[in-house]
Design a protein around this ligand. Structure first.
Ligand SMILES: Cc1ncc(COP(=O)(O)O)c(C=O)c1O
Length: 385
């Protein structure tokens, strides 16, 4: 089976984990701090604004806590978002308000977001679909004009940048994921960026039980009653550990090579699938942006009508089944949340519906061999569209 996503872990990660075992310090410690420092350098922010965390979902929940989401608040996010983002809003008692997306990039634009703004809008959350940055100039200008905080879900965009600035560091909050299906993998884990120093300090406390002292590690430096503590507000325990950080440090060193291979995969698909007139490959990257090449998505409209302007996913679903029968796993990200009954949304989002009916993510990861790519393309071109 050719996986749609897959981590690339090697001997270096295994040796790094071995050293953690030998050190006998497996919890949060020196390596976690090193990883935070290295990641802060990588995305170009000061380490005090960046916190490692045990998952990106937890980072979204913590952003909701730090921004005080609560009953009566609305938070705008694209319908094609990760379920954890909407849950973080809903658990806080606020209402997720789903906006539409561009039908080709699957990113929300400033216009889509603006259409959902009300006096109750507490925050805007954007997702850089597949690692391609949203049009951040227009979105940041809108957020600033309305005085609304902006959260970037950068789970897909660990190596993406917009006019030279790393995605995740452009808004007020940014969250990255290092889970098992991401590009940089630590098992589970993530980072949170917080622009405002006071909010960053609060985030620091809330990710470790609300304790005034950063960790038991720093407490132990005290010479007297080192077991005493103070809680300023009630937080959770959301920290990374040194096993994950040891893996993350090795993965960060390999990241440029991962991205280069993903770029090659993307270019190979673009060239090879150009001859399949019945599907559309992803739009070309706009100038001034870098992608992480997290997804490679194709769009296939209805065979019975022309173009993409129809919403029966029949051809896309048949393509997915055809590839699966040939040992090629595909998927669609992200299932449209305005159709998830639990969120009780009455939004009418034509582009999100269209994208959700026509889009399929092909295998895209740094472990794909040229032979794998040949198999995928051959199977797609052999499909009876
Ligand atoms: C866009 C997006 N945001 C957030 C997450 C959550 O990441 P994690 O699994 O680290 O909690 C994911 C995971 O798939 C994701 O794809």
């Amino acid at each position: 089976m050719i996986n749609v996503f897959q981590p690339a872990l090697g001997a270096e990660e295994l040796e790094a984990v071995g050293r953690v075992f030998v050190s006998n310090w497996v919890g949060r410690g020196r390596l976690t701090e090193q990883f935070e420092q290295a990641f802060a350098d990588y995305v170009g922010v000061s380490p005090g604004r960046l916190h490692s965390i045990n998952s990106c979902t937890e980072g979204l929940f913590q952003a909701a806590a730090v921004l005080d989401f609560g009953p009566g608040d609305e938070v705008i996010l694209p319908s094609l978002s990760f379920v954890g983002a909407a849950n973080a809003i809903a658990v806080a008692g606020a209402r997720p308000v789903f906006c539409d997306v561009d039908p080709r990039t699957l990113n929300a634009t400033a216009e889509h977001i603006e259409a959902c703004i009300t006096p109750r809008t507490k925050a805007i959350l954007v997702l850089h679909y597949g690692g391609v940055p949203c049009e951040m100039d227009a979105i940041c200008a809108l957020a600033a004009a309305k005085g609304i905080p902006l959260i970037e879900d950068s789970a897909c965009s660990v190596a993406s940048s917009y006019h030279g600035q790393a995605c995740g560091t452009i808004g007020d909050f940014g969250v990255w994921s290092f889970d098992a299906m991401k590009i940089l993998v630590t098992g589970d884990g993530g980072m949170v960026y917080c622009r405002d120093p006071e909010r960053a300090a609060r985030l620091d406390r809330l990710t470790y039980l609300g304790l005034e002292q950063a960790s038991g590690f720093t407490q132990a430096q005290r010479g007297f009653r080192w077991w005493a503590f103070e809680v300023s507000e009630f937080g959770r325990r959301s920290i990374m550990n040194d096993i994950a950080a040891a893996i993350g440090l090795e993965q960060l060193r390999k990241l440029p090579a991962f991205i280069e291979r993903r770029r090659q995969v993307h270019a190979f698909y673009d060239a090879a699938l150009a001859e399949a007139g019945w599907l559309q490959t992803p739009p070309a990257l706009p100038p001034g942006v870098e992608s992480s090449y997290y997804f490679y998505w194709v769009q296939a409209g209805s065979p019975h009508r022309s173009g993409l302007a129809h919403c029966d996913g029949e051809r896309r679903d048949r393509l997915a089944a055809h590839l699966r029968e040939r040992g090629i796993y595909t998927t669609f990200r992200y299932y449209p949340l305005h159709h998830v009954r639990g969120y009780d949304s009455d939004a009418q989002l034509a582009n999100a519906d269209l994208a959700a009916e026509t889009t399929l993510c092909l295998p895209q990861h740094q472990g794909l061999s040229d032979n794998d790519l040949g198999r995928v393309v051959e199977a797609v071109l052999a499909f009876d569209a």
